[in-house]
Design a protein around this ligand. Sequence first.
Ligand code: GRG
Ligand code: ZN
Length: 326
Amino acid sequence: MERKDVDLPADAPKAFLRQQHIDYIEQWNKRKGEFEYVMSEYLRMSGLYWCVTALELLDSRDKLDTAAVLKFIDECFDDASGGFSASQGHDPHLLYTLSAVQILCIYDAMQQKYVDGACKFIAALQREDGSFQGDEWGEVDTRFSFCALAALSLLGKLDAINVDAAVQHVLRCLNFDGGFGVGTESESHAGQIYCCVGVLTIANRLYSIDQTKLGLWLSQRQLERSGGFNGRPEKLPDVCYSWWVLSSIQMLQCQDWIDADRLKAFILACQDDESGGFADRPGDMVDPFHTLFGIAALSMLGESDIDRVNCVYCMPHRVIQRLGLA
Ligand code: GRG
Ligand code: ZN
């Protein structure tokens, strides 16, 4: 049976449009009053992480006002809980605490109060069974396990939590097909797999799973016609899975099981040659999320105009090296 897929338009971009992407991200952050920008307030801290990281990978830090970014982060820091929120006046959450820690590491602007706060906030969200809830409201997700371990390892504070219990929870979310889902007994999904493989990599526990089986499931995400990856069987390709799938494949060290040239052609075809930026699929609307993951995936594929990205943290390799985590 033919799988769901798309065709690459004949006139789709075939070269990396570096300068257009720099301009797109610079412009995005100047759109303060506009509808799309205002509507993204609920995830602003992560949005900033996508923009900061993309610009760093393109050696263009000067396109963002670093001081303004650091001021925003400080305004989102909640002294009481120690966590960071998406935006001023919002509630702190693990997702935005990781994004804030990532930006602070990239800018080498960590402060003791942030380290102490994040440790306290994250430790308080670990549950009896080793899993993590995202905030005080109690939603549990393997994404939050990744946020906890990634943030604490960046801070050199993994001892603030029970790492072994965190690993045990992730291993309970392992499915018969070799993949991972949101929780126990949930369908395998490439985004959750990135999170779980990331947890196991940070905890040095990759040997606890069948890496061949998972590598095979991941390599089967590549589609025939477009060359792009989907996130699970019977779904359309999307440029962000170039990141979620390929970074997992890199952590498992089975890069040779996919067709890198065809994946690269798909990612390049998702660029908008007028506005700059990347869309999920050729011809769709671009956004900062798909722009970061398009650029980061191309970095893993060896694109010469992009700095090397770290496949666990989705941050510049040089930053991970400086922190002694490479
Ligand atoms: C530091 C890179 C980084 C991430 C932090 C938040 C997080 C940790 C990871 C998110 C992982 C994840 C679940 C990604 C998937 C995002 C996505 C495209 C969801 C849409 O899923 P579906 O199933 O869409 O609704 P399709 O149609 O693709 O199946
Ligand atoms: Zn996507």
